[in-house]
Design a protein around this ligand. Structure first.
Ligand SMILES: O=C(O)[C@H](O)COP(=O)(O)O
Ligand SMILES: [Mn+2]
Ligand SMILES: [Mn+2]
Length: 558
């Protein structure tokens, strides 16, 4: 259904809850609930505000599901992530997400019948097919098995020359796993070569240093990728990708490997992108592919000097931005996340303020609004981005911009100009991804302080707060066996978990404006992130649309 036209956005009045309350919606990024031990940074950190909210259980604090099917992922083993988490929070329904849609399209073969594949396959006769993306089985941005199927499918359908430009992970999967993934890929490519397809890895680099920046935080990251992938230029040259990754890992972890290109015996890059080639960015997730998609697709582009802009046929695995229609060609249609809560609330007079720092700014805006950039109604909304630190790993500055976000939210609440003030506080997640336990403890404390600032402001104006998280991360920093004991690697060292988790996340409601009798229902034990939107609509005094996942609250008659 389109998000305009025939759709009525009028919401019914809630029979018991009043309108006009100022509501803070706080999303702690990467803040799950797990057993209290030394690797649970939230437990170790001083978090008096979040601890005090927990005292409200079960009526005003509970846990909700944030991974697997509850957020539209293919299996219950899939950890949650920011995209699917914020999509569910904002849209109030569970949509089959990119990971699943690509699985289905590959399994049925429909991916090869679509316009996107037809378009790129017109280059197969004379040009090279370049596949650029994250190489791991993390399932957050991409999946190795999908790349493997695409390689097979494209070669069976006429691709004669294929170059893979790999981005090593170590963030959604264990650090150090990049070598194994490159080995698997090399093995597959060798088999394709036996079948007469000239298939090889052409370049690489660590995802956080090469290509996969987001929300325009640092274009140099994308430029480094462009230079290696398109121009065939990089500071490191190797004959073989396995050797490249092993060697570069001596001085950097998987996330931050410097860019490299694979060269032939004459020291010439084997796979720059040239006129007549086809390019597919294989990530299904949007945020960290949008910048490269712009560089590949836009004629007018001034973010860095592209030096040479090849005439290519480019398709994304998915369309990454529905509003910008970027990229215009794609292999699989993205989930149609329509009628999000933000759109409804704006139509019903709720003035909204949303804020985070750059690295999570799109989470509370773009993802929250169903992968749609921009405002629904600029008269009713204000989105504020606080510039993130650039060029550092966040364990160096674990407090990040938490207090600045808290201040902006506080000012927005006190200003009286907004009915909903929505923030994402990134620390637990961004620092958790570095694998630095001490820094993550500092990060969690800072996040807790930011929550306090917001709750204090809500207290002052007689408002309501709802505090939750998008998925776990900081509550568990080690890989564990089935019984929950930390696992050691072959050197006897702890295996640090840089990724998200499958743990549930807390949700708390409160504030002086919360009507007496409002409490969490006890009959929704499987509640998840998608139930939050209806809950927020209730707190604004509205009943959620019928097809939204049910509310988590009820109003008891006192
Ligand atoms: O992109 C990232 O930083 C990680 O892959 C996932 O983290 P996020 O889902 O919290 O953004
Ligand atoms: Mn997140
Ligand atoms: Mn994360």
């Amino acid at each position: 259904m389109a998000s305009s036209g025939q759709v009525s956005f009028k919401l019914e009045d809630h029979p018991k809850l009043p309108k006009g309350k100022r509501i803070a919606v706080v999303v702690l990024d990467g803040w799950g609930e797990y057993k209290p031990d030394q690797y649970n940074c939230i437990h170790v950190a001083q978090t008096p505000t979040m601890d005090s909210l927990k005292q409200g259980a079960p009526d005003r604090w509970r846990l909700i599901r944030a991974h697997g099917n509850a957020v539209g992922l293919p299996t219950e083993d899939d950890m949650g992530n920011s995209e699917v988490g914020h999509n569910a929070l904002g849209a109030g329904r569970i949509f089959a997400q990119g990971a699943k849609l690509v699985d289905l399209a590959l399994a049925s073969g429909k991916i090869y019948d679509g316009e996107g594949f037809k378009y790129i396959s017109e280059s197969f006769e004379k040009g090279t097919l370049h596949l650029i993306g994250l190489l791991s089985d993390g399932g957050v941005h991409s999946r190795l098995d999908q790349l493997q199927l695409l390689l097979k499918g494209a070669s069976e359908r006429g691709a004669k020359r294929i170059c893979v430009h790999v981005l090593t992970d170590g963030r959604d999967v264990l650090d150090g796993s990049s070598v194994g993934f490159v080995e698997i890929l090399e093995n597959d490519l060798a088999k394709l070569r036996e079948k007469g397809v000239d298939a090889r890895i052409a370049s690489g680099g660590g995802r956080m240093y090469v290509t996969m920046d987001r929300y325009e935080n640092d274009w140099d990251v994308v430029k480094r990728g462009w230079d290696a992938q398109v121009l065939g230029e990089a500071p490191h040259k190797f004959k073989n990708a396995i050797e490249a990754v092993k060697k570069l890992r001596e001085n950097a972890n998987d996330q931050y490997l410097p860019p490299f290109v694979i060269v032939d015996d004459n020291n010439k890059a084997v796979g720059p992108i040239v006129d007549g080639d086809a390019v597919v960015t294989i990530n299904f997730r949007a945020d960290r592919m949008v910048m490269l998609a712009k560089a590949l697709e836009y004629q007018d582009f001034n973010k860095f000097d592209r030096v040479r802009v090849p005439k290519i046929r480019y398709a994304g695995m998915l369309q990454y931005d529905g509003e910008l229609k970027l990229p215009s060609r794609y292999l699989v249609s993205p989930p149609e996340i329509d009628r999000t809560s933000g759109e409804y609330l704006v139509h019903n007079g709720v003035r909204t303020f949303a804020c985070s720092e750059t690295v999570k700014f799109g989470h509370v805006t773009f993802f929250w609004n169903g992968n749609r950039s921009g405002y629904f109604n600029p008269q009713m909304e204000e989105y504020v981005e606080i510039p993130s630190d650039v060029g550092i790993t966040f364990n160096v500055q674990p407090k990040m911009k938490a207090l600045e976000i808290g201040e902006k939210a506080r000012d927005a609440i006190l200003s009286g100009k907004f009915d909903q003030v929505r923030v994402n506080i990134p620390n637990g997640d961004m620092v958790g991804h570095t694998g630095d336990i001490e820094a993550t403890v500092v990060a969690c404390k800072a996040a807790d302080e930011a929550v306090k600032m917001i709750l204090d402001a809500i207290e002052q104006v007689g408002g309501i707060y709802i505090v939750t998280a998008d998925h776990g991360n900081a509550e568990d920093m080690v890989k564990r066996n089935k019984s929950g004991e930390p696992l050691l690697d072959k050197n006897g060292d702890l295996q640090i978990l840089t990724s998200h988790t499958c743990q549930p996340v807390p949700i708390a409601i409160g504030g002086p404006g919360l009507a007496p009798g409002v409490r969490f229902r006890s009959d929704a034990p499987n509640g998840g992130l998608a139930n939050v939107a209806a809950t927020v609509m209730n707190l604004h005094g509205f009943v959620a649309p019928n097809d939204y996942e049910t509310t988590l609250i009820e109003v008891a008659d006192n």
